[in-house]
Ligand binder design. Structure first.
Ligand SMILES: [Zn+2]
Length: 228
């Protein structure tokens, strides 16, 4: 009898807890890069925004126009532009001053928080990773020079973490894995489906939407833990 107890579930829970602690310790002591610093985890709330294709840019702002750089985003190469558009929902409600983020993409995409979608008159919009737009709802977009009717491209962006291959190794994760993100503080909660997105130039960075940030009181705490 006693020997069967070795294989009980408590044992495996302990093992994963131990694994987690070991990784945490590894993260704290191994560090990376020349400065020997541990990777800094930056968690950000993305406000609603749009990514625009070359073709749609031509219609909305005029043929051959480019996005005007306004400020850098945390991920290298990404920037907020000065350009904004208005989007129209199914019941003619509007969201104006929707910021366009650069650079341009292959396909236009609008990322809204759930409350934004409700405000626009959508009952729901799908939770998707950026770029995974098949079968998503469309919307009408109004720019200073023209109107585009997007057939698809409206999403709630799934919470995700950008990281470099070195970070991925430290955390012991691969592309499209899902991790947990624990936010402490008075409204704290744990997100269980944080998608891993690995790219050579990425900085360690979680992106959540404004609904998620408000729900967990992101601005109220520095107590944040990312783990498998
Ligand atoms: Zn992101």
């Amino acid at each position: 009898m006693a020997s069967t107890a070795v294989a009980n579930p408590v044992g495996s829970i302990d093992r994963s807890a131990v694994e987690r602690i070991v990784r945490q310790v590894a993260l704290e002591y191994l560090g990376r890069g020349k400065d020997g610093k541990t990777p800094e985890l930056v968690v950000q709330a993305s406000s609603r925004h749009m990514h625009v294709s070359r073709e749609d840019m031509d219609v909305l702002f005029g043929p051959g126009t480019e996005l005007t750089y306004d400020r850098d985003l945390y991920q290298p190469g990404n920037f907020a532009s000065k350009e904004t558009v208005t989007i129209v929902g199914p019941r003619n409600r509007l969201i104006s001053n929707l910021r366009i983020l650069g650079p341009m993409r292959k396909q236009s995409q609008v990322e809204l928080a759930f409350t934004d979608a409700i405000m626009l008159g959508f009952k729901d919009i799908p939770v998707r990773l950026s770029g995974d737009l098949k079968g998503t709802p469309g919307t009408v977009i109004i720019g200073p020079k023209g109107v585009v009717e997007l057939k698809e491209g409206l999403i709630r962006a799934a919470i995700h973490v950008h990281m470099s291959p070195a970070d991925a190794e430290l955390y012991g994760v691969v592309q499209s894995d899902r991790m947990k993100l624990r936010i402490g503080g008075p409204a704290g909660l744990t997100f269980n489906n944080v998608y891993v997105r690995i790219a050579p130039t990425s900085r360690l960075n979680v992106h959540m939407d404004t609904d998620e940030a408000n729900a967990c009181g992101l601005h109220l705490t520095k107590e944040i833990e990312l783990f498998k």
